[in-house]
Design a protein around this ligand. Structure first.
Ligand code: SF4
Ligand code: SF3
Length: 544
């Protein structure tokens, strides 16, 4: 075994990647990410001590968010970037330690360990990963908590980029990280922390919703063009709307067109972006289709976050990363400095030399059903439920992935009775968002709220319906949950739904490898979480 990682749904053999990541992460990068997490826990520990002493430390908080995000599945494969971030972690720790004076006796190893040598980092990295927790249930709960916080960090980072912060979310991340190095905590202490993580998951998604909608307006019903124009283009993937806005501004009037890919599709729904004439529409499908679609796009591609598939040599020189994303050999667009926008001129110059994209689809898809838009249609929706025209809402949010068994979700969507409506968010939608499922009295049968973080919108809609129908419990609504997961943002979405009291969520295509049998049992008993089986069986159960 040269590494161990089981944080995503595609973990090798359903148990964990031990030689190389199925995602393409090499063992040295996987181990160095473990070391980065270890150092980040040390930063969290010092930062908590600084809070207690009243020392303000925003640099440490931002460091925690960035580092956690870097270790999310399919974000950063760049060994040098990870080493640089580890070294930066030492500096952040040292500066806090200096401000606080004496190092306390009970300081954990992650807050003291230092080296300048890459060899020493590599050696240490093999002993601080997942398997350093010996007890299976403790390991499971600590990793579940960690993955929830990785998702939380990703959303906090996007909000931060727009100038929005939540001190309680940052404080929880420190508390959670410090808990993972506390050897005295048992199942009874860790389980409540995992559930508390969900509470802050709701907070962070609400923060990002506020950041996005106050900056760019509320998403509105939009027909998104799937075809291409005649100009060279830049394709933008990932989740960061600030990056998207800056690129739109810098390309205006240049003769270069802008397209979205995968999780950037919902950018098409925001009023602030629609006004740009050179914003043509969405190109392609889910993240994993990028190996084909980046090829045929012909122009440069900007990855603002995950999900990045190790690029083929044939188009690698056209792949640019920014923010938490990174890949060895791909140009990285540096961070903003002194409140100045990022400089995308290198991409723009590159695009000028490229051919226009090859058309791979034509037509349109409709989206933009985030909470504000759905509330504007509330009367129509409520009437449809009261009259029986809509019998069930099926939440099919979450992630997409490569495994062929995910065709289950296409089949499930197709087989749903005609009086049901799909509520979706995240890249899971690509399994069915181009099916012709029609509408119910003008309400489309697939309502796409947006990115995975816009699952928050689905929760807001559910809470509103509960209020309108005068129900005591969110589970009395005619809503069922058939959620697909892949990476750690889906973990925070799941924990957030649990914290809102949602029960009987079906989670697929497989349950996480990081759930020990005992932890899985608790989730089944307390929340009715279940796996998926066949479309027929699940349909019968969910539509009952
Ligand atoms: Fe394996 Fe997923 Fe970890 Fe990549 S992120 S190494 S695929 S478990
Ligand atoms: Fe997708 Fe990576 Fe999770 Fe934002 S782009 S949902 S998998």
């Amino acid at each position: 075994m040269s590494m161990f990682c089981y944080q995503c749904q595609e973990a090798a053999k359903g148990t964990g990647c031990e030689i190389k990541g199925v995602c393409g992460k090499t063992s040295d990068v996987a181990n160095l990410q473990d070391l980065l997490l270890f150092v980040t826990k040390g930063v969290a520990w010092w930062s908590q001590k600084a809070d207690e002493a009243g020392v303000i430390n925003p640099v440490a908080e931002k460091y925690i968010i960035d580092s956690m995000f870097i270790t999310i599945t399919n974000a950063n494969f760049d060994r040098n970037k990870i080493i640089a971030q580890i070294k930066k972690g030492f500096e952040v720790q040292d500066s806090l330690a200096e401000k606080l004076g004496k190092t306390p006796e009970n300081t954990p190893e992650c807050a003291i360990w230092r080296t300048d040598s890459e060899e020493a980092m590599e050696e240490k990295s093999t002993s601080v990963g997942v398997l350093s927790h010996k007890n299976e249930d403790i390991r499971s709960l600590k990793e579940l908590l960690t993955y929830g916080m990785k998702g939380m960090a990703a959303y906090a980072e996007h909000a931060h980029n727009l100038g929005y912060h939540n001190a309680e979310v940052n404080a929880f991340m420190k508390k959670g990280l410090v808990a993972t190095v506390d050897e005295t905590l048992g199942v009874d202490e860790l389980l409540p922390l995992v559930l508390e993580c969900g509470k802050y998951g709701v907070e962070v998604m609400s923060l990002l919703d506020k950041a996005n909608t106050e900056s760019y307006g509320h998403p509105e019903i939009t027909s998104v063009n799937l075809g291409v124009g005649k100009n060279p283009g830049i394709l933008v993937s990932g989740h960061d709307l600030k990056d998207f806005e800056e690129l739109l501004k810098q390309t205006e009037g240049t003769g270069i067109d802008i397209y979205t890919h995968s999780e950037m599709l919902p950018a098409n729904y925001y009023p602030a972006f629609k006004k740009y004439k050179h914003f043509i529409g969405n190109y392609g499908n889910s993240w994993w289709a990028q190996t084909k679609e980046f090829e045929s796009f012909n122009g440069p591609v900007l990855l603002t976050t995950n999900c990045l598939v190790p690029p083929k040599e044939s188009y690698k020189d056209r792949v640019y990363t920014t923010g938490a994303a990174g890949f060895d050999g791909c140009t990285h667009i540096p961070e903003r400095k002194d409140d100045q926008p990022k400089d995308f001129s290198v991409l723009i110059e590159h695009a000028r030399k490229c051919e226009a994209p090859i058309e791979i689809e034509t037509g349109e898809i409709v989206g933009g059903f985030a909470h504000n838009q759905v509330m504007a249609l509330a009367d129509k929706v409520v009437d449809a439920v009261k009259s029986g025209a809509i019998k069930k809402f099926v939440v099919m949010a979450g992630c997409d992935g490569r495994v062929s068994s995910r065709s289950y979700y296409t089949d499930f969507a197709q087989e749903l009775p005609e009086d049901s409506v799909i509520l979706t968010a995240g890249c899971a939608k690509y399994r069915y968002n181009k099916l012709q499922l029609g509408d119910i009295g003008g309400i489309p049968r697939i309502l796409d709220a947006g990115q995975c973080n816009d699952s928050y919108s689905l929760a807001v809609i559910a809470l509103k319906l509960k209020e309108v129908f005068g129900l005591d419990d969110i589970n009395e609504l005619p809503i069922v949950y058939n959620i697909a997961w892949y990476e750690q943002k889906a973990v925070i979405v799941l924990l957030a739904l649990l914290s809102l009291g949602v029960k009987n969520i079906h989670l697929g295509p497989t349950l996480p490898a990081f759930l020990s049998p005992n932890v899985a049992k608790v989730l089944v008993e307390q929340f009715g979480i279940g796996s998926i089986s066949t479309v027929e069986k699940d349909m019968a159960e969910m539509m009952a």
